[in-house]
Design a protein around this ligand. Structure first.
Ligand SMILES: Nc1ncnc2c1ncn2[C@@H]1O[C@H](COP(=O)(O)OP(=O)(O)OP(=O)(O)O)[C@@H](O)[C@H]1O
Length: 238
């Protein structure tokens, strides 16, 4: 399994339109993630996406460092991004080619040489996800569920060691959310999953509860989810 380390990581952002003080998005956090399936849960705006994005360098720490399988993300960003696949909430963010087949073929550009061979390999990938019949369709004509499945197929085609998924089921109906959730949890890769779906979180091996930019609970998912539920019923203004 892979190993993700956060060493005294802090993330701040400039205050919009003004000088310091900066806004703290993630307070000083040190973590070592070695479990196969790790859920990040917590309220809106608590810092889940920020934590997820640190893993592949989409967000850079203001202080401290992030190390993935021994690679410092700040120094070896390219190598890290080859190891870490990222799935966004909205699959449109990563489907960039006109057709389904071309989109998967694009993902394979570093792995398979030659246009024909790449198309063939892309067809095999699509077949593996039950998407073969959609090969020549425009990605814009797909349903939300098909689009998310395609986005995940494209990322997995690059054979990442780690998959980071940022609320991948939020835009999906119940059936598709279940399907995508099952797919992600069944992967052999290490999975870091930011989610509001507490059932999904409970099926992970470890959960982290983020609140107001800090990890406030960390451990067995059932306990961390219970902690979160208790937090949600606590009045904020007392
Ligand atoms: N680049 C930035 N500049 C300023 N503020 C930011 C920036 N990125 C994130 N934030 C703020 O940091 C906080 C945490 O954001 P983040 O997206 O990590 O939360 P989240 O837990 O993923 O939320 P959600 O569940 O709503 O997706 C939010 O208040 C957000 O507005």
């Amino acid at each position: 399994m892979s190993r993700i380390q956060l060493e005294r990581v802090v993330v701040t952002a400039p205050t919009p339109g003004g000088p310091a003080p900066e806004v703290t998005i993630l307070r000083e956090t040190s973590l070592e993630l070695t479990e196969q399936r790790i859920a990040l849960i917590g309220p809106n705006g608590s810092g889940k996406s920020t934590l997820a994005r640190l893993v592949n360098g989409l967000v850079e720490p203001t202080a401290g460092r992030v190390v993935v399988d021994g690679l410092d993300v700040a120094r070896k960003g390219r190598d890290v991004r080859r190891r870490v696949g990222f799935v966004f909430t909205d699959p449109s963010a990563q489907l960039v080619m006109p057709t389904v087949l071309e989109d998967v073929a694009l993902s394979l550009r570093h792995r398979v040489r030659g246009r024909e061979a790449r198309s063939e390999a892309a067809r095999t990938v699509l077949a593996g996800y039950g998407l073969a019949e959609l090969a020549d369709r425009s990605v814009h004509t797909l349903s939300g569920g098909q689009r998310q499945l395609l986005a995940i197929a494209g990322v997995l085609a690059t054979d990442p060691a780690i998959l980071v998924a940022d609320e991948p089921t939020t835009l999906l109906d119940l059936r598709n959310a279940r399907r995508i959730g099952d797919l992600l949890l069944g992967l052999p890769q290490q999975l870091v999953l930011a989610t509001h779906d507490l059932d999904l979180a409970q099926r992970c091996d470890r959960a982290l509860l983020i609140d107001d930019g800090a990890v406030v609970a960390d451990g067995a998912p059932a306990e961390v989810v219970a902690h979160y539920r208790a937090l949600a019923v606590t009045p904020q203004d007392t």
